[in-house]
Design a protein around this ligand. Structure first.
Ligand code: ADP
Length: 433
């Protein structure tokens, strides 16, 4: 309250008391005069209070408060000023919200705001087009009821949103969408959906091209390799000058066949997201047979290959795919570990799921290479890889097989000491006998 007003109130009260006393002097009834004076003052205050109440409950926006006298006039003015400031701040905020909504509405990408339970709060018009949301009927509905793809439900509920999810649009399955989820504020979600049909088609073309070229090259290469083998079988009838070139041609033809097989396998793995089979696979006998093949591959390098496996622990999935992933890891250990080295294969289970590790005491890999190791054709040392006959696709195959079996690959390596490649599988993929 303004100090002037405090003085005015005191003056007014004093005036009222003096007037009451004067009345008392005239009537000789001081007490009654004071009571009457105070009652009048109280009545006036009540009237002002009722006017304020009426204005507060019924007034239109921007309608000024009633004229008041004295302290009540000041209260009415302060309230009016507060109300105007509030209105101005609200308009400013609304203008900002309108601008944000207008700009996001103009976006080609869908922007959707969800509350902490995943219910729709706000979305732009691109969301109607890409996801088939209906404004305003869908407001407040759970997004998982409106985008009914199982992969979306899993993605939404998993809480792991670092990587985007790709899926066909619920409106038109020829349109491919990429969905990014971000948490903000009080666990609310911001969902951004992009149309990636063009990228998807290009990626599909790339996959088809690689698969077709690999397939087309297979027959001519089989013929060439076949003739080379026949020539080498009758090597004594061949001009001695041709013996070395023939041997090298045969070796390189074998490498090319290996490469084509790996490319075709990768193309097959990429064609679908889930393995063709999801029956429990007995991993222990599979590892036994991989170990025997590894011993044969090691031959005169005489590696010590040991296997420790939980015999009752099985893994749901495709046996062929798992064989190819596990054997790639074990054969890599044989290829890159010098003669006499030790390789340990371990298959075990715990509450986090099932795990397979392949440990060697070979040359190890520098940390800077580790994140790129599962890329196609990525090699730490190309001269070493070509001498071992590697294709550079082995770990890419492992990664794809694991992805299809809801697993992940962990690589630990110390240069000069050795490497450990560990496959981790989720408990849902585990079966026990
Ligand atoms: P490659 O067919 O060349 O073996 P991979 O994809 O299987 O291709 O492996 C990629 C690279 O990772 C290899 O070229 C090799 O340099 C490295 N690597 C893989 N396994 C091991 C290992 N056990 N020890 C050392 N280096 C390895």
């Amino acid at each position: 309250m303004n100090p002037d007003w405090r003085g005015a109130v005191v003056r007014r009260l004093l005036l009222m008391v003096v007037a009451s006393l004067l009345l008392g002097l005239l009537t000789d009834e001081y007490a009654w005069s004071l009571v009457v004076g105070l009652a009048l003052y109280l009545g006036w205050t009540l009237v002002q209070l009722l006017r304020l109440h009426k204005w507060l409950t019924n007034h239109q926006p921007e309608e000024p408060p009633p004229d008041g006298y004295g302290i009540w006039g000041e209260v009415f003015d302060c309230l009016y000023k507060l109300q105007r400031d509030d209105l101005r701040a609200r308009r400013r905020l609304q203008a900002i919200i309108d601008r944000v909504q207008e700009s996001t509405a103009a976006l080609k990408d869908a922007v959707i705001m969800l509350d902490s339970d995943g219910n729709l709060e706000w979305w732009n018009s691109a969301a109607n087009r890409l996801l088939g949301l209906k404004d305003p009927q869908d407001s407040g509905h759970p997004i998982t009821n409106l985008v009914r793809h199982p992969a979306f439900k899993d993605y939404f509920e998993s809480g792991r949103h670092q990587e985007p999810l790709e899926l066909p649009s619920p409106v038109n399955d020829r349109v491919h969408l990429q969905i990014h989820l971000t948490r903000y504020g009080n666990s609310e979600h911001l969902m951004v959906v992009r149309d990636v049909t063009r990228l998807h088609l290009l990626e599909q073309m790339r996959k088809d091209f690689v698969a077709n070229v690999s397939h087309e090259l297979r027959t001519p290469l089989t013929v060439i390799a076949g003739y080379l083998e026949t020539l080498l079988e009758n090597v004594d009838q061949v001009n001695p000058r041709w013996q070395r070139p023939l041997l090298q041609m045969n070796q390189q033809a074998g490498r090319m066949q290996h490469l084509l097989n790996d490319l075709l396998l990768l193309a097959k793995l990429e064609a679908t997201t889930y393995p063709s089979n999801n029956q429990p696979v007995a991993v222990e006998p599979l590892l036994q047979s991989i170990r025997s093949d590894a011993l044969a591959l090691s031959a005169e390098k005489k590696h010590r290959i040991t296997l420790e496996a939980d015999t009752g622990l099985q893994l749901k999935g495709s046996e062929t795919e798992l064989r190819s992933a596990f054997s790639n890891l074990v054969f890599n250990a044989v290829k890159y570990t010098p003669a006499g080295g030790e390789i340990h294969i371990h298959w075990w289970g715990n509450e986090q799921g099932a795990h397979l590790s392949v440990q060697d005491n070979g040359p190890g890999i520098e940390a800077k290479h580790l994140p790129r190791l599962t890329e196609r054709f990525y090699r730490v040392d190309s001269s070493r890889a070509s001498s071992t006959g590697g294709t550079g696709l082995g770990l890419a195959i492992v990664k794809h097989v694991l992805l299809r079996h809801q697993g992940r690959l962990d690589i630990n390596s110390t240069p000069g000491k050795g490497s450990v490649f560990t496959c981790h599988f989720q408990p849902s993929q585990v079966a026990r006998t």
